[in-house]
Structures are given as structure tokens and as C-alpha cells.
Design a protein around this ligand. Structure first.
Ligand SMILES: Nc1ncnc2c1ncn2[C@@H]1O[C@H](COP(=O)(O)OP(=O)(O)OP(=O)(O)O)[C@@H](O)[C@H]1O
Ligand SMILES: CCCC(=O)O
Length: 372
């Protein structure tokens, strides 16, 4: 006898800086996906990210209404999680402790803080669970990876955990292994770039892609020469906020070439712009160097290297990195970010009983790595 397979309807929400991506999934299949774009001027009127909560929620509800989506048929709502206290990967129920930390931006302001908040607010009205999956603060670093060299500063794990873990699971299934059996280096290449070392189902080392370290990216500086950076900070020419803006948003491709758009950079190169060619190649060079460094963490025993994120659509860019690292392991390319799907799958693993939702402990967590 064939037993009927349960079908779960999941509403997923992924807030980005000037858009909110929203999807409705039936198990892991999309029924609807929309990117709601927000006017930059309207977003700029909000003093804090938190204040955008009501505005974005109304936009989501209006979009669902327009598509005639019946919210009463949902089994769960799942949002992208934000800058919470460091936690291990997985699917978490949005509880009071989490809401408190998301609302105050415990570990900083990041638009993904809104994912859990809005998911909770919608789910609460429907009396169904709200979840977040693999937020950017997933911290599974091994003790050795936390040592920075300067006792005052501990290395932090802030990265594209959601897409990194989803890409690693996909690579595992392509290789006929479980995620837990795989040694894989996942490289998320978007507005920020993070290179994660996945071993035994944990990300045991990764660069802090937000404002810390690693390769430069379309809009971020990554690691910079530290002595020169300190001298610049104390030169008296810059305020703290200006320096932070330089690190996150005004450096990388933006700083050198005035755009964060890799497609525009490729056009500049095609027109013979040698400076653009040098900078674009330097970004690939730094990413390849970071992959080489990640391979040493696995003592060279790497099952595969996965390139993912928006930059992975760029054939020339992917080729440039692959040429430098394919001696380490096979390079697999999963372009784009697939974060809505990853959210739906994270919620589904709990709804169908393959995993149990984790509880966020908030203040009770023995917070490590928190310096803000
Ligand atoms: N077809 C393409 N060829 C080359 N580059 C591309 C292509 N499509 C997108 N990109 C580049 O990918 C980058 C954006 O990637 P992505 O959309 O993953 O970033 P994001 O979501 O804004 O930021 P993050 O991933 O850090 O959260 C941009 O530089 C964009 O120009
Ligand atoms: C690195 C954390 C996610 C982001 O790029 O904002």
C-alpha cells in the first residue's frame, strides 16, 4: 500500500536591502515567488532597519493578496534570520528570546533581522509556527579557528550560512553522500564573499564576510593591510562611520571602479579597460587564495569546491578562479543564491519530522565572539 505523502504549505520571507523576496512553497516546490522592490528613497526615510517592519509586512501581505494566496492554508512561515547571538546551524523556532534580540539588533543592524520578526508576526496571527534557518551568525568554528593572533580580538563567524549550507547539501546529494560525510569548500560570491570550510556537517572555519576579513567583493574590502588601516583610522581625516562605510559598501569593485555590478565591469573590460581587468582579476585572485587557505584546513582532503552566489553566473570570473584551484578538487558551480528554497527546505525538514526545531536561548546562551 502506498501511503499518502504529506503536503506542507510554507510561506518564506527573505528581506534584502531594497527588496523583499517572498515565496510560497508546497513541500520543496515553489508555488509562487516574488521580489517586491522597495523605493530606495522610502527605505532611506526609516532611521533604523527595525522601523521597516510594518512597511515591509504590509507589502508582503498585499503581494500575497494580489496572487490570491490563502494564508489560512499555510503550515508555517519561515524568514531569513539575522544578527543574533552566535548559534549552531539549523532551523529555529522564533521565540520571545529571539524576537528580543532581533528587535534590538543584538549583534548589529542587518536587514535579515526583519526576516524572523515578520515571519513571527504573520505566523502568530495564523496560529502556526514561525522559523528561521541558518542565520548569518551561525557559528560552528573550531576553537583553533577563533584565534586571531591579537588576544583582544576573537575571530567571528558571520557569513552566508543559509546559501552555503544549502549549496553544500546539494553538492553532497550530487556526490551520493550525506552532508555530514562531506569535506567541501563553499564559496558564496555575492555583494559580500565568504569561503566556508564544511566538515562533518559543520562550518569549521569561514571568513567574517560582513566587515571583517577575506577576499574583497563587489562592495566590501575584506582583509586590508592592518597597520596602514590603523594609521588611516587615526589620521584625523575620517569619522568612525565613514571608515565603516568604506569597509562595507564603498570598497571592492565600488571603490575601484564605481560600480558593484560585475556585468558592468565585464562590459568595461570588453571595451578595453585595463584597470577594470586588473581589479576584476584581483578579486578572482583573492578568492582563489582564500580557497587555497581553506583547503589546508582540510589537509587537502577536499571532496569538491562549490562556487555559488550572483558572481558565479559570470563565466569569465568562474574560469579565472577555477584555473587557480581545480588542482585542489573538482569545482562545481551553483549560480545564484536559492535562499527562498533553502528556507522552505529548512522548515520542511522540521514539519515532516526529519529534524527537530531548535530553541534559541537568548541571554542564556554563553555568547562567544560578541564585541559590538
Ligand atoms: N550574469 C552575471 N554575470 C556576472 N555577474 C553577475 C551576473 N548576475 C549577477 N552578477 C553579479 O553578482 C553580484 C550580486 O550577487 P548576489 O545577487 O548574490 O548578491 P547580493 O544578494 O546582493 O549580496 P549577498 O549575496 O552578499 O547577500 C553583482 O556583482 C552582480 O553584478
Ligand atoms: C556576510 C553576511 C551576509 C551579507 O553579505 O550581508
Amino acid at each position: 500500500m502506498i501511503l499518502p505523502v504529506s503536503r506542507y504549505r510554507i510561506l518564506v520571507i527573505n528581506p534584502a536591502v531594497t527588496s523583499t523576496k517572498v515565496g510560497v512553497y508546497e513541500n520543496s516546490l515553489p508555488v509562487m515567488e516574488r521580489t517586491i522592490t522597495h523605493d530606495k528613497e522610502i527605505i532611506a526615510e526609516f532611521k533604523t532597519i527595525n522601523e521597516q517592519d510594518h512597511f515591509r509586512k504590509q507589502m508582503i501581505l498585499a503581494a500575497l493578496d494580489k496572487e490570491e494566496i490563502n494564508l489560512s492554508k499555510m503550515d508555517a512561515v519561515c524568514g531569513r534570520g539575522g544578527l543574533l547571538r552566535p548559534i549552531e546551524g539549523g532551523t529555529y523556532t522564533v521565540n520571545k528570546a529571539m524576537l528580543e534580540d532581533l528587535r534590538k539588533g543584538y549583534n548589529g543592524q542587518h536587514v535579515s533581522n526583519l526576516g524572523g520578526i515578520i515571519a513571527y508576526e504573520i505566523a502568530n496571527g495564523l496560529n502556526i509556527p514561525a522559523y528561521i534557518v541558518d542565520p548569518v551568525v551561525v557559528d560552528e568554528l573550531e576553537p583553533i579557528a577563533r584565534i586571531s593572533g591579537l588576544p583582544l580580538i576573537e575571530r567571528k563567524s558571520i557569513f552566508h550560512a543559509l546559501n552555503q549550507k544549502a549549496a553544500a547539501r546539494k553538492a553532497a546529494s550530487e556526490l551520493g553522500k550525506s552532508y555530514e560525510e562531506l569535506n567541501v569548500i563553499v564559496v558564496h560570491m555575492g555583494g559580500g564573499v565568504t569561503v566556508g570550510v564544511h566538515k562533518g556537517g559543520k562550518v569549521i572555519d569561514v571568513n567574517n564576510g560582513l566587515d571583517g576579513e577575506g577576499p574583497f567583493s563587489p562592495a566590501r574590502a575584506g582583509t586590508v593591510p592592518i597597520g596602514d588601516f590603523v594609521r588611516l583610522c587615526f589620521s584625523g581625516d575620517y569619522f568612525r562611520e565613514e571608515v565603516m562605510r568604506q569597509l562595507v559598501g564603498q570598497s571592492g569593485l565600488v571603490g575601484y571602479l564605481g560600480t558593484n555590478n560585475a556585468i558592468t565591469v565585464e562590459k568595461m573590460i570588453d571595451k578595453g579597460d585595463k584597470h577594470a581587468e586588473l581589479i576584476y582579476e584581483a578579486m578572482a585572485y583573492q578568492i582563489a587564495k582564500e580557497i587555497g587557505s581553506a583547503a589546508t584546513v582540510l589537509s587537502g582532503k577536499v571532496d569538491c569546491i562549490v562556487l555559488t552566489g550572483g558572481l558565479a553566473y559570470g563565466r569569465r570570473f568562474v574560469d579565472s578562479i577555477s584555473k587557480k584551484v581545480s588542482w585542489i578538487a573538482d569545482v562545481t558551480v551553483h549560480p545564484g543564491e536559492n535562499e527562498l528554497q533553502a528556507l522552505a527546505e529548512g522548515a520542511l525538514r522540521v514539519l515532516d519530522g526529519r529534524e527537530t526545531a531548535k530553541e534559541y536561548l537568548g541571554k542564556q546562551l554563553n555568547a562567544v565572539n560578541v564585541h559590538r
